[in-house]
Design a protein around this ligand. Structure first.
Ligand code: SF4
Length: 357
């Protein structure tokens, strides 16, 4: 089945509003030309990769499909954890072919994978034409060439621009991944990266704070004092600013922070840096804190008890982890009590502040 024969693959990234069901197949460091300084996928995924094993992957996909609920759409098989188009051509075809079997059976809607920008060329794109590939995610990391050099990426910002244009020509969905806190990066450069990514109009972005993984080159730099990671608070604020920037420009953010994993909690994987199992939640909480502070500063409040109305989906984001935002608001404004009220009439990005009489 080819991409051209199967309209579903092009339809799906145009956005059904339901939540996608992603079947992740991790191929750690598969196809990587070298190890980028911040990366240790064996630690991140807890898996080892030696060669593509189609039968094992089929079993994994079948197992994962058992957890799919009716309302999840589109369903995509995702090859993550490496540089997918850096694999040998036969391996690429083998992965895409086995995933396409599930699409032919109507169990899956399409395929996505992550790859380096410098793997996007005519030869590889021609291979993709024969399979129901819906989305390609590019590890952009930064749009500053100096930061890319220091991260040992081996590609430039112009490779990313060329890659996005080529993917658009083939009408593929595009996700761009960026990092904050890499060596040589700073707040201004992260924002420039976000501006350049926005100009490319991807379908979505992911934002990752740089974590010092054990057995990475960055770990050595950290240990010899050459590199200092962002603190958790700095990383949350920096990612929040990017979240607000992308939101303002209608770029969808599908992830902030690494996926939580037991491997990260046990101290075996992360050496240092702003890892938090609910990093995205911390960012959203800070977004809501900013919103409510702004509302309070412009509201006319006649008591020192206030009531904050918020869409029920966002109550925990407004409160923050362990009511952190409520404590901050009480300290900042001297409120005696703060009631948080579910208000179904409010949109998800709205809130109201009033005196609690
Ligand atoms: S960042 Fe990507 S290309 Fe670099 S080593 Fe990790 S998986 Fe490979």
């Amino acid at each position: 089945m080819t991409r051209n024969q199967k309209p579903a693959s092009s339809i799906q990234h145009q956005a059904s509003r339901s939540r996608p069901f992603i079947i992740p197949i991790f191929l750690p460091h598969a196809g990587c030309p070298h190890q980028c300084i911040f990366c240790n996928q064996f630690s991140i995924t807890g898996a080892k990769y030696e060669a593509v094993e189609p039968d094992k992957i089929r079993i994994q996909i079948r197992e994962f499909l058992k957890f799919k609920k009716e309302n999840r759409k589109p369903v995509q098989i995702a090859f993550f954890g490496g540089n997918f188009l850096g694999l040998k051509r036969e391996e690429i075809k083998s992965c895409l072919g086995l995933a396409a079997e599930f699409v032919s059976q109507g169990l899956v809607d399409g395929i996505r994978f992550s790859t380096r920008p410098d793997t996007i060329d005519k030869g590889h794109l021609d291979i993709l034409e024969n399979y129901p590939v819906a989305t390609v995610e590019l590890g952009v990391q930064s749009m500053d060439d100096q930061v890319l050099v220091m991260a040992g990426r081996g590609h430039s910002a112009s490779d990313t621009i060329r890659a996005v244009e080529a993917l658009k020509d083939r009408q593929l969905g595009i996700g761009l991944q960026m990092m904050v806190g890499l060596p040589g990066d700073n707040e201004a450069l992260s924002l420039i990266t976000a501006e350049k990514i926005t100009a490319l109009r991807p379908d979505f972005v992911r934002i990752y704070p740089t974590i010092v993984m054990k057995n990475s080159r960055l770990a050595r730099w950290y240990q010899n004092g050459t590199y200092a990671p962002l603190s958790l608070a700095e990383a949350v604020t920096r990612v929040k600013n990017l979240y607000q920037f992308f939101s303002l420009h209608n770029i969808k953010i599908i992830r902030m922070g690494l996926q939580a994993s037991e491997d990260f909690e046990d101290g075996q994987t992360v050496l240092a840096g702003p890892y938090h199992p609910a990093f995205g939640h911390l960012v959203y909480s800070e977004v809501f804190l900013d919103k409510v502070v702004k509302e309070i500063e412009t509201a006319t409040l006649i008591t020192d008890s206030i009531s904050i109305g918020v869409n029920p989906k966002n109550i925990s984001k407004l409160r923050g982890i362990q009511n952190r935002n409520i404590r901050i608001l009480k300290e900042k404004f001297g409120f005696e009590s703060i009631e948080v009220r579910a208000d179904y009439a409010l949109k998800e990005d709205q809130l109201t502040v009033s005196s609690h009489l």
